[in-house]
Design a protein around this ligand. Structure first.
Ligand code: SF4
Length: 153
């Protein structure tokens, strides 16, 4: 059965920078969980960052905290670990948290820490897509469900 990579915070784990989760309430998640299809990762923790941690945003190809620290290396390491998990489990689909500098599928914050969103992908999402993995978010979970149904998965 096809496995799905998922952002850990979407499953209710308190791994976000502020020590909170972003639990996604959707019946399908419970089903997938019971089927053992979900492979969890928080790329920022996988990249060596702690909970809580400084808020970070992408800016000019780097990831910078609100205090000005360059954490790009941590983000890239976390992305590489997410990709390694996908390769290990032959994962072709990921369900990641929108707006995150790591996980976003379509929109990120613009790097000025003022709440402005722009079109862009998180560092992990981008690396996965570059390797042929389709990335969905909590906003497009229905598309992922349809896709799996159509392919009989
Ligand atoms: S890096 Fe991804 S999984 Fe980790 S807290 Fe942020 S959005 Fe959630």
């Amino acid at each position: 059965m096809e496995k799905i990579l998922i952002s850990s915070c979407l499953l209710g784990n308190k791994v976000r920078y502020d020590g909170q989760s972003k639990a996604l309430q959707h019946l399908q998640l419970s089903t997938w969980q019971q089927q053992g299809r979900l492979v969890l990762i928080c790329p920022e923790i996988a990249g060596g960052l702690a909970v809580p941690r400084a808020k970070a945003e992408q800016k000019d190809g780097q990831v910078i905290t609100e205090q000005g620290e360059d954490v790009t290396a941590n983000f890239m390491e976390g992305a590489a670990m997410a990709l390694a998990l996908c390769e290990q489990y032959n994962i072709r689909y990921a369900l990641l948290k929108e707006f995150s500098p790591s996980c976003a599928a379509m929109q990120i914050y613009d790097g000025n820490f003022n709440g402005t969103k722009i079109i862009g992908m998180g560092t992990t999402a981008k690396l996965l897509v570059e390797h042929g993995i389709e990335v969905f978010s909590e906003l497009t979970i229905e598309q992922l469900i349809s896709k799996l149904k159509i392919s009989g998965q």
